[in-house]
Design a protein around this ligand. Structure first.
Ligand SMILES: C=C(O[C@@H]1C=C(C(=O)O)C=C[C@H]1O)C(=O)O
Length: 274
């Protein structure tokens, strides 16, 4: 039970970290609107957010009413942030409490915790969803994060051994991977094949990235595998241990840490059931 609750706490934290990030983006949108003289409220955009939520909820097996209520709360907050009334009617009625009902009912349901952990699809089930995304997305998604993480070692020349070399990360259970090359002082995702690749499951790679488990243990237990040019791979692996973790934004660190713990809990819960 304590372990299950750890998973729930991690998810709750992730929800709040996401909300904080969402508010920052809403504030940025508000500034653009003000600059361009656009209306603050955008009903079409709000409808589109709801439609996307319903579609994702269906694919995840999430109750559509829960997805609708959660997103309605977030959008109401987005409107408030921009000085509007939280309700779409612009000040006519107070926020519609009835909209909160599905979320509250679920939160009071004592069977939710176990159901929630079990409901997290194993990474292998995400693979078909990820395959629908354009093939260039993994690189695009990770490039800015890696660039930020490695900014200091890049400046200090610690990554010079990577100039002109191609290093891969492969997520075995998600069927996705990245190949990075260092060119012009920046790391770029490249479609070319890697010379050395670190391979592991999504959970183990997250445990590594969040420093909940160290590279030595993971390689020793063969949960991480190094293929290709061993020397290049080992140099990269040593670099992993020296990454300036403090330079990663706090929100990202928290999300990664909590996400990794959650992934481990969910994996252990599935193993326990098997
Ligand atoms: C942030 C925006 O402004 C408002 C707030 C929204 C939100 O919180 O997502 C969506 C539409 C707008 O009514 C936007 O237009 O994107």
């Amino acid at each position: 039970m304590a372990r299950l609750r750890l998973g729930i706490d991690a998810l709750d934290d992730a929800l709040l970290v996401c909300l904080a990030a969402r508010r920052r983006l809403v504030a940025a949108v508000a500034r653009v609107k003000q600059r361009e003289g656009l209306p603050v409220r955008d009903a079409a955009r709000e409808r589109r957010i709801d439609e996307r939520g319903q579609s994702l909820a269906r694919r995840l097996g999430l109750p559509p009413s829960l997805a609708r209520a959660q997103l309605a709360l977030a959008v109401a907050d987005g409107r408030c942030l921009q000085g509007l009334s939280p309700d779409p009617g612009q000040g006519a009625a107070p926020p519609d409490d009835a909209k909160l009902a599905p979320a509250m009912t679920l939160a009071n349901d004592p069977s939710l915790p176990r159901a929630l952990l079990r409901a997290i699809p194993p990474p292998a089930r995400w693979a078909p969803l990820l395959r629908r995304l354009p093939s260039s997305w993994p690189g695009r998604a990770l490039e800015p994060a890696v660039q930020q993480l490695l900014a200091a070692p890049l400046r200090d020349g610690q990554l010079d051994f990577l100039v002109g070399r191609r290093l891969g990360i492969a997520v075995s259970d998600l069927g996705i991977g990245w190949v990075f090359a260092l060119r012009g002082g920046r790391l770029h995702a490249t479609p070319e094949p890697a010379e050395a690749t670190v391979r592991g499951t999504a959970t183990d790679l997250m445990l590594l990235a969040s420093r909940l488990e160290d590279a030595d243990t993971l390689f020793f237990q063969r949960r991480l595998e190094l293929t290709g040019d061993t020397e290049l791979g080992l140099t990269a692996r040593n670099l992993l241990d020296r990454l300036p973790w403090e330079s990663v934004p706090l929100g990202v660190r928290i999300l990664l840490h909590r996400g990794a713990r959650l992934a481990r809990e969910a994996r252990d819960a599935r193993r326990g059931e098997a």
